[in-house]
Design a protein around this ligand. Structure first.
Ligand SMILES: [Fe+2]
Ligand SMILES: [Fe+2]
Length: 348
């Protein structure tokens, strides 16, 4: 195959480039590095300028010998290596381990980045929840900082996070869903570019809100019948258990603590553990309560099927007097119409 000497993206005419980028994602050397060397997880394509066509070059999971690896690396350096965007769940899995790439690679679509973030945080939480120690926490904090930077650059991007919720229920997925929907509400409510540290602390509060649930036996959280008094006590104790874990990790930020301590409080005083009323609840606590409840309703729990998002938001609106109405209204608007003033990217 003869390749033009003046290879590269700059050589591809703009219209052709646009058409290509709809279907293909360019694999930069950084992205290539995130894949296993000998068995790329996706089909690899190259742009052949001689015939102005993209051609399949290597099949996913097939062994890539050393010589061919060098050729592939050259194509990547010369901006001629691609993968199918339709494979994004597969490559998201790999890129999620190098999350910083989403800040420097400008070829990703927002929906792809959201999926990469989702997988990254779900995996981080799997590790952290099983081992809530300082080292896994530092890694989580680093990824949360990357997310804050990503949203600071363009707050509209948060809309895609809110459209990347997963329905299967486990604690890690629930925690990430809660963070994504809570950040969506926060950005919408603040109406301005949020400060990075504000986002970091709120995101941490949202994703860690149920940290104490790891102390509750699975046979209780999975119960299909109504909980008996003792089981309920065990579940309600997850707030204190979580706060103790925060102390051990020396996480003292008030937003993180309020999110954890107040996400089961309700404005009318019917929540727990303190039975706080509206005037004693912080904004972070109100926001985490809405995000957590929404995320719990949409998840496939053993004792109910997941409800569609609009129905879930409607449930919170109908539950009058318990949730911050300004936030539940925002939630409905967010799900129905997206973010005001943001031009949405096709999510299909
Ligand atoms: Fe909780
Ligand atoms: Fe929760």
């Amino acid at each position: 195959m003869e390749l033009n000497q003046r290879k590269g993206k700059v050589m591809i005419e703009q219209t052709l480039e646009d058409a290509l980028s709809e279907v293909y994602l360019q694999i930069s050397p950084n992205i290539l590095e995130s894949f296993p060397k000998f068995r790329p997880p996706v089909d690899l394509y190259i742009y052949d300028q001689a015939v102005a066509q993209v051609k399949k070059f290597h099949r996913a999971e097939a062994r890539l010998g050393t010589e061919k690896q060098a050729v592939v690396a050259t194509f990547a350096r010369e901006n001629l290596l691609f993968l199918l965007r339709d494979d994004y769940r597969v490559y998201a899995e790999h890129l999620s381990r190098k999350l910083g790439l989403v800040l420097v690679e400008d070829d990703f679509k927002a929906r792809e980045v959201s999926e990469i973030f989702f997988i990254a945080f779900r995996d981080r939480m799997d590790v952290f929840l099983s081992q809530p120690k300082i080292e896994p926490f530092k890694e989580l904090l680093r990824d949360v900082s990357i997310l804050a930077e990503y949203l600071w650059t363009d707050p509209c991007r948060v809309e895609f996070l809110t459209k990347t919720l997963h329905k299967e229920y486990d604690l890690s997925v629930h925690s990430v869903n809660t963070m994504f929907i809570g950040l969506g509400l926060f950005v919408m409510a603040s109406g301005a570019r949020p400060e990075r540290m504000e986002v970091v602390n709120l995101a941490l509060g949202l994703i860690l809100h149920d940290l104490g649930m790891t102390n509750v036996p699975k046979f209780i959280t999975d119960k299909t019948q109504y909980l008996v008094w003792r089981d309920r006590g065990s579940i309600e104790n997850h707030i204190n258990a979580g706060l103790k874990k925060l102390e051990r990790l020396e996480i003292n930020d008030p937003t993180v603590r309020q999110c954890m301590s107040q996400h089961h409080e309700r404005l009318d005083g019917s929540g727990y553990p303190e039975g706080l009323r509206a005037d004693s609840m912080s904004m972070a606590g109100r926001l985490c309560a809405v995000a957590d409840s929404f995320s719990a309703i949409i998840g496939d729990r053993p004792y109910h099927s997941s409800k569609v998002f609009n129905e879930a938001a409607g449930t919170l609106i109908a539950d009058k007097g318990r949730y911050e109405p300004a936030l539940t209204r925002l939630l409905v608007g967010l799900l129905k119409e997206g973010f005001p003033g943001c031009v949405g990217e096709d999510m299909n």
